[in-house]
Design a protein around this ligand. Structure first.
Ligand SMILES: CC(C)(COP(=O)(O)OP(=O)(O)OC[C@H]1O[C@@H](n2cnc3c(N)ncnc32)[C@H](O)[C@@H]1OP(=O)(O)O)[C@@H](O)C(=O)NCCC(=O)NCCS
Length: 247
């Protein structure tokens, strides 16, 4: 994708079902005051852990991307929940988007010219039709059924990640539900169908990524990530880039 960097991290620390003293210590020493407040408020415990490990991973990612300059960079959060990467004077330095699933975090970074959205989901057994009904509209359902996608959990998961990623790229508009984001599967490419949408943004690029994931049929905008160790859970994700200058 143009000017976009993608990171996927897995937290391999074994955790029991209670909050550990180690989490408490890490939060006290490594989180900014604002992030510590958010961390303290988070429920349930899984969300709390995801938030903490994502903030730790972000420090490593910023270090790799910006070297010594990363010490002056911070992820702040807008009122809407949208993350922002800023320097010590509060100036935006790059666009950032995050997503968590299970013990994984994914982070996308790009130039501030672009708005970014990312989503990641662990591959799981589920009732595809029931899941799809929660976010697929009638128009899409008819199109997807012709391609035999509505009964396939992996297809539904990919479509979910695309809608969530696009929603985040738009900044999480309260007046846009996932059912308002219309997708299409054409020429083996899964994308948002901008002609059908009343939303305020056109995606410049949509890219799926994953590991141990298979789409029913060809998916040309999917890349399988080379994960060095095979025990990592199977997952699928999607990054959407919106060009703010083309709005
Ligand atoms: C907010 C929402 C995207 C969170 O999704 P999730 O699967 O629980 O969590 P994810 O890990 O994928 O994403 C969470 C990240 O999204 C980002 N995010 C939250 N609000 C955002 C917004 N308005 N704009 C852009 N990014 C946002 C944050 O970075 C957050 O991580 P953080 O709290 O650690 O900073 C989702 O719950 C939501 O409300 N989507 C709205 C669309 C919709 O109608 N969903 C139906 C849900 S049934």
């Amino acid at each position: 994708m143009p000017n976009c960097r993608l990171w996927v991290a897995e937290n391999r620390t074994c955790k029991d079902a209670t909050e550990s003293a180690q989490d408490q210590r890490l939060a006290e020493t490594l989180l900014t005051n604002r992030d510590r407040d958010r961390w303290n408020r988070y429920r349930p415990l899984e969300k709390k852990r995801q938030f903490l490990s994502s903030r730790l991973v972000i420090r490593d990612v910023l270090n790799c991307e910006f070297g010594t300059n990363s010490a002056n960079l911070f992820v702040d959060t807008m009122e809407s929940g949208r993350p922002m990467l800023v320097d010590s004077r509060g100036r935006r330095v790059a666009s950032i988007s995050l997503s968590h699933t299970g013990n994984m975090t994914t982070i996308a970074l790009s130039d501030i010219r672009y708005d970014l959205g990312i989503d990641i989901e662990t591959v799981q057994q589920m009732n595809a039709r029931a899941f799809g009904l929660s976010f697929i509209n009638r128009f899409e359902y008819d199109q997807l059924r012709k391609e035999a996608l509505t009964e396939d959990p992996n297809a539904m998961l990919a479509i979910w990640t695309l809608k969530e990623a696009f929603w985040k790229a738009l900044g999480g508009p309260q007046d846009t539900a996932l059912g308002d984001i219309v997708i299409e599967y054409r020429n083996a490419i899964l994308n948002t169908d901008v002609a059908c949408m009343t939303c305020k943004g056109k995606p410049l690029a949509t890219q799926f990524f994953g590991h141990g994931y298979s789409f029913p049929g060809e998916l040309r905008n999917y890349s399988s990530l080379n994960v060095p160790e095979s025990e990592i859970s199977a997952f699928v994700g999607c990054v959407v880039l919106v060009d703010t200058e083309a709005r």
